[in-house]
Design a protein around this ligand. Structure first.
Ligand code: PMT
Length: 220
């Protein structure tokens, strides 16, 4: 077994994609499988933490011995994150939250016509930015999925969302990001440290992220 170094630490994790409904049979989503967030939940649990996992739709088995909350849309995730935020020491947001949702959800299946159709989208709340505004003494860890200008984009998000750490993955690289069992990330801290990790399993990445978050928590 693993060393039980997280006894008494509560960690809230989000994982997977969100689904933004168009009508009863259609939705907009993204390529997140949930693997990265579930790996963090599993490792945190194995190290003795109290774990809450808020998950979008995935095909993964539920990790055992944790509090598991299933959601579908970004708005549902927002509600559940707000409900569970206060009771946790560390929050890690690995979910790929949709930035936009259809402005209207049709009650019935939308019929096709001969012409084109348009779906109007409105902004979803930025859950992580909301948490950043009321962070208190919590350790807040975000992810950044980027295809270009990784460092610059990640550092901008770190600052804008008032995070302690941001885990940047270059999702254009083979073996990194969506759906792989491996990931290649660089962890940036608000205190200007950079930890560039090689390609490794998502479970090993999870250990590294938790190590850094717990080090920050113990400094407080
Ligand atoms: O699930 P896998 O297949 O294992 O893939 C893992 C992953 C690529 C999804 C994961 O490693 C990852 O990078 N997750 C974040 C993806 C993402 O949405 O990045 P972003 O740059 O759009 O968002 C930045 C951060 O803000 C993220 O922590 C995100 O959870 C959060 N966010 C974004 C939008 C929003 N409306 N609310 C948020 O909280």
């Amino acid at each position: 077994g693993k060393k039980q170094d997280l006894k008494g630490v509560s960690i809230l994790i989000t994982a997977g994609p969100t689904r933004e409904l168009i009508d009863p049979v259609r939705y907009i989503t993204n390529r997140s499988s949930g693997k990265m967030g579930y790996a963090i939940a599993r490792v945190a649990k194995e190290r003795g933490a109290d774990v809450t996992l808020i998950s979008g739709p995935t095909n993964l088995p539920r990790p055992e011995g944790i509090k598991f909350i299933q959601i579908e849309t970004a708005l549902e995730m927002f509600t559940k994150v707000k409900e569970n935020f206060a009771s946790n020491n560390i929050v890690i947001k690995a979910a790929a939250v949709a930035d936009y949702r259809p402005k209207n959800i049709a009650n019935q299946k939308i019929k096709k016509s001969d012409g084109d159709m348009h779906i109007e989208l409105e902004r979803n709340p930025d859950i992580l930015a909301f948490l950043g505004e009321q962070k208190g003494d919590k350790i807040l860890v975000g992810f950044a999925a980027e295809t270009n200008d990784l460092t610059q984009n990640a550092l901008t998000k770190l600052k804008k969302k008032n995070l302690d750490l941001i885990v940047a993955n270059d999702v254009s690289q083979e073996g990194a990001g969506f759906n792989y069992d491996t990931n290649k990330v660089t962890i940036f801290s608000a205190t200007k440290e950079t930890n560039k990790l090689p390609l490794m399993s998502k479970l090993d990445v999870a250990d590294k992220i938790i190590d850094e978050a717990v080090t920050l928590l113990k400094k407080e």
